[in-house]
Design a protein around this ligand. Structure first.
Ligand code: MF3
Ligand code: CO
Length: 237
């Protein structure tokens, strides 16, 4: 049986087969929730601070925490899917942003740079480095491309709770913050906006959207710090 992180990776890796114009965000929710249960886990999100669904699905200018609904995906949308699983008292958490049909070159670039920023951040998650080395690597890459990192939400430690210390901002000064130790498990999750970093929360109390209405992308992995290459626990194919 796979652990919570493997289950998260498995769900995210299979999304490519279902995501297309015309399906609703609730179809993605149902698909993911069924898979999570089949794999022996439960959604870590449902009921968390009253969150009403099993996953988060955030379209276009929605940054994170979009609540699945009867809204349909359209050709040209970009859609972020965030999945958290609890299994046997442990947690895994990861997210991916996917294109729906044909997306613009600028939206492809936004997604690519966000994913690259995630891997650059992960590359700094090595024993002996400092926490903000991760943050800085993400911020630098994002800003080099003229995009902005969201300030209002951060990555986090993860393990026996979904959110543990430390918080991991996606911006910050290199060489600072707590020293990273082997065995630390971290959810690193750059949220990147095409325009301003500023976000606001919609009236549903959850959905975070860019204040300027421009698009946003989100990639996340749960990783384990070692003395060398970090282990990506939520890997997908
Ligand atoms: N990956 C997100 C996080 O780390 C998911 C939380 S959604 C919530 O905060 F609904 F559970 F809050
Ligand atoms: Co997270």
């Amino acid at each position: 049986m796979s652990g919570p992180c493997r289950a998260v990776g498995e769900v995210l890796g299979s999304l490519g087969t279902i995501i297309r114009a015309g399906i609703t965000t609730r179809d993605i929710e149902d698909f993911a929730d069924t898979r999570i249960r089949e794999l022996g886990g439960r959604s870590a999100f449902r009921g968390y601070r009253g969150y009403p669904a099993s996953i988060c699905v955030s379209i276009n200018e929605q940054v994170v925490h979009g609540i699945p609904s009867n809204r349909k995906l359209n050709d040209g949308d970009i859609v972020s899917v965030d999945v958290g699983v609890e299994m046997d008292g442990f947690y895994g958490d990861a997210a991916i942003t996917l294109p729906v049909g044909n997306v613009s070159d600028s939206d492809s670039t936004l997604m690519r740079v966000t994913e690259e920023a995630l891997y650059l951040g992960i590359g700094q998650a090595v024993e002996g480095n400092r926490l903000f080395d991760i943050s800085h690597a993400i911020q630098r890459h994002v800003e080099q491309h003229g995009f902005s990192v969201v300030r209002m939400f951060v990555g986090h430690g993860i393990g026996r709770e979904m959110h543990e210390e430390p918080q991991i901002p996606n911006y910050g000064p290199p060489g600072q913050g707590p020293r990273l130790r082997r065995g630390m498990t971290l959810a690193i999750e750059p949220m990147v906006n095409a325009g301003t970093h500023d976000v606001k929360i919609l009236a549903d109390g959850w959905t975070a959207v860019t204040r300027d209405g421009k698009k946003s992308a989100h990639f996340e992995h749960t990783i384990c710090v070692t003395e060398a290459t970090p282990v990506i626990l939520t890997k997908y194919k």
